[in-house]
Design a protein around this ligand. Sequence first.
Ligand SMILES: [Zn+2]
Length: 313
Amino acid sequence: MNASHKAVGIDIGGTKIAVAAVDSRGTRVARATLATEADQGFPRALERLSTAISDVLRTACWAPADLAGIGIGCTGPVDPRRGLINNPYTLAGWDRCDIVTPLRERFGCPVFLENDADAAAVGECAFGAGRGIDPVVLLTFGTGIGGAAIVRGEIYRGVNGEHPEIGHLPIASDGPQCYCGTRGCLESLASGTAIGEVGQAAGLADTPAVFLAAQGDDPHAREIVARAIDAAATAAWTLCHTFLPQRIILGGGIMENHFHLFARALRDRLAAATQFTRGAVSVEPAALGNDAGLVGAACLAFNEANRPPARTP
Ligand SMILES: [Zn+2]
């Protein structure tokens, strides 16, 4: 067992990558942010990322040999078992890119890869709104919509260890076409991108402008926001009748500003449910904000280091 209290957490998003030296209390001891620049190619991003890891370790006065490992949360799809990023959808050209092997060889420590929503959920369960709660479902509303379920302390996985994309739950069969392959999924109705695009068609500058106008008398803006909130409530209903979590955690940039708007609708919708105990499911905001993925990524290394060794037959 590696008893190290030091790890590196990495959060790879569509536009930026965050890197931090994180201790086992979740403290970010040193950090760096770099642009993803996916279109510059994966090898170049990997080189810049490696430099950022070295810089962060130097600032923290930590040596690679001191680390429990390096954990990576990456906007999906990813293949955690093979350490591959398979995401040409939001990371142009990044398909079947092995990020684990080169970092493991360069830094000489274990490297773990998960979907970014899974990493965020692990972070919230370790240090945030999911502490002592089981099962937990987390939804992050940002540019896209991520989702994750933590069951008995472990990331819920689908076939091949893959991450089920809760953000693409079907909501409205006559909704906008999504790159996921269907129409009217949650992301196509309630993500920042979706809200912004419909807003622009109605003459509103961007997503924040839609929310601002909806607080006033703008009927188009009110309709757009109402549609997003209704989609989120429908998704919560589906998730409660699938996973029946003890808590739904809402995170991401949209929830940092508008949690109460969404939470009220989710709680009202769930209060009408008859097939589980009234009040059994709580809806709470993410506690770690934008750092949930970063901290959770580091926790991937801590959790693995603390896992009891597998029993040999
Ligand atoms: Zn979709």
